[in-house]
Structures are given as C-alpha cells and as structure tokens.
Design a protein around this ligand. Sequence first.
Ligand SMILES: Nc1nc2c(ncn2[C@@H]2O[C@H](COP(=O)(O)OP(=O)(O)OP(=O)(O)O)[C@@H](O)[C@H]2O)c(=O)[nH]1
Ligand SMILES: [Mg+2]
Length: 392
Amino acid sequence: MISINTRLKTVKENDLEHAILVGVRLKDDRSSWSLEDSLVELQQLAISAGVKVAGMIMQKVARPSPYYIGTGKLDDLVALQQSTGSEVIIFDDELSPLQQKNLEQVTHVKVIDRTALILDIFARRAQTREGQLQVELAQHQYLLPRLVGQWSHLERLGGGVGTRGPGESQLETDRRLIRQRISRIEKDIEKVRTHRTLYRQKRERAGIPVVSLVGYTSAGKSTLLNALSGAGVMVSNSLFSTLDPVTRRIRLSGGFEVLVTDTVGFIQKLPPAVVLAFRATFEELQEADLLLHVIDITHKNTLEQAGTVKSLLKELNLSEKPILTVYNKVDLLPESQDEAGFNNLVQYYQNKNADAESIVLISAAKKWGLKELVTTITRMLSGSTLLCGDIM
Ligand SMILES: Nc1nc2c(ncn2[C@@H]2O[C@H](COP(=O)(O)OP(=O)(O)OP(=O)(O)O)[C@@H](O)[C@H]2O)c(=O)[nH]1
Ligand SMILES: [Mg+2]
C-alpha cells in the first residue's frame, strides 16, 4: 500500500512544485467554456494547491492520442518541461491510465490531471471527519481503475516468466486492499451520516426552514454566510476554501428564523469520483426549502459558471427547488463604487427587469443589499407557506 499512498499525494505539502499545464480541446467538445478560460481556471486550481505554474501548452485535436496530445505537441511539452525544470505536468482533462503512463515514460516527470489536482486541494481543506472520509473515498475511487496502468507495461513486455505472474498478483492484491478500504470508508461515512440524519429529524420537528447557499467556487458563499450571521467561516480567494458544510441560524424580518447552510462549491468538469463521494453532502441540499444561487457578477466567465451550476443542480435533481439568484461582488462594478451608486444600480435594475423578483444584487463583502435579500428570502419562504404558523 505504500506505493499507492505515495501516488495519492500528488502535490507535496509546503513544497512549491513547478508545473506545466496542458489544455486540449477535442473536436466534439460541446462545452461552453473556451480552452483558454478553462486553462486559466486550472491555473487557479494549481495555485490553490500550492503549485507554481511555469508554462502552458494548448492544442485542438480531433481525438486523443495515446499521449492525449499529438506527437508534435509532445515534443514541445518535453522541451518546455526541460527548459523550466518543472517537476509536474497537469492536464486539464481526465487522462486514461495508459495515457498517463505513456506521458510519464516520455517526460520522466509526474503527470496528473485536473481530477487529481482537485482531490489534492480537497485533501488539504477537509477539516471534519466526514469531509476527510469523503475525500479519501474519492481518492480511492479515482485510483481503482487506474491501477491497471501501473502493471500493464509488464504484460506488454511479452508476458511469461517474471512478468505476468508477479504483476498480476500484485495488481490483484492492490485492488483488493483498495476495495476493502473503500467499503470500510463507506461504512464509516454511513455512521457519520446517521448522526446527521438524527440531527436533521430534530430540526424538522422544530420546523425551521432551511436556506442553502449554492454556487461556483469562489462566488462568495461563505462571505455571505458570514455577513448574514457573523459565522466566522474561512473565506479566501483560493478555490474550494469551503469543503465541510456549515449551518447557522439567522433571524429574518418579523422574528422568523431560518437555517442557512454553506457547502462545497461547484466547478466545471467536477470529477464523477467527487460527486459520488460527496453524495451525502449534496443530498443535504435536498432538505433545503430555498436555494440561493450565489453568482460572482464580475467574473469573466459569469455566464459559463452560472450555466455549470445550473446543469449540476439538474444532475443532482435540485432544479425543481425554489431558487433565488444572488448576484454578488457588485462593489467591484465601476457603476457602484459606493453605497449610493449601488442603490442607484439596484433601482435601475429593478425597473428594467421583469424577472427582478427572484434576483437580488448584493455585495457580501460590503454588506450591501442584505436587507433586500432577507426580505426576498422571507417573501419566497412565506409564499411556500413555510413561514406561516408559529415557529418561534
Ligand atoms: N469585492 C468583493 N469580494 C468578495 C465579495 N464576496 C466575496 N468576495 C471575495 O471572493 C473570494 C471568495 O469568497 P468566499 O466567500 O471564500 O467564496 P466561496 O463561494 O465560499 O468559495 P468556496 O468555498 O471556494 O466555494 C474571497 O477573496 C472574498 O473576499 C464581495 O461582495 N465583494
Ligand atoms: Mg466557501
């Protein structure tokens, strides 16, 4: 198992590694994200994982080769890696085990993909037992199909004495150990989850509505929770600052109370292993009476980010929930440098947009627009009769 654990720790703690990033656009890719923007995001992920980006390579290809990129680009990649002395190459898309092995054999450095990078950030951020278990589960699930690649080179040498036998049995042992570990983690997660279900039932009896913050990573969800409740949740400009869900009770106008939950952010190309492992966290969202979709209005990819969140909500069967769209970071817009400018902008927006009812503009950092936000939350919850009755 030592070799497996070493592979899992793709990026070393407290050690600035230098990386080359590689982005590829396949011909049949229907993503709304441009190759360049996706790579810029990968760069932010790399920085969030403590990696220094030394160079980037991009290519559009019809279909992936055994090296994912074409052979000409592969030469460029090797040259760039050597001239920068980079220790790691990070691909923006999931590599097959064989592609990863082929690339490592040619470049002689570690080759990882976006998924491994995201899992590495998650491993650094997880604070609670449940969060750590979920990350570990995701890592093992990511690794399991990839074990094949580590031994197949022995088979390709022609098999027979000294290759197929030991290789195969080692592979089986590794697989079995990982499967055992996976089922142990699943059981542990189940235990933690039972705890949470009990807590949830208690809350349901108390009848307090739940408002859940959802949105792209770094949209400002935790900043908003802090602004609403003084929660003191960690906020940072690195991606995936929040991993473990946090719930705070806040008082709305009229003395009503709601629970506001902050949770892991979304990102494009969210790895299936992560979705699977964080099932419990995402399932919590099913309990929400209202979703606040927090959007960074100033990001270059605001539309793409919002679209990514919407399709993930659909995948998680959450798109039927009442949703309030919250445009955040309005203080960064040139029209609203101060509160008076902000109020003018809100007024202008409300007059102009027929659907302004379910959209609120705010600055979580400056605490602008929070009163309007709270009023809208109250109205939406009252509309669903959740705030009727005596819950105090
Ligand atoms: N100027 C400005 N910056 C903001 C605002 N809201 C959040 N930020 C900044 O945006 C960055 C991300 O904020 P977070 O609250 O950590 O975002 P998040 O959505 O919780 O991100 P994850 O936990 O990574 O999913 C931080 O640097 C915040 O200071 C805002 O209203 N205005
Ligand atoms: Mg957060």
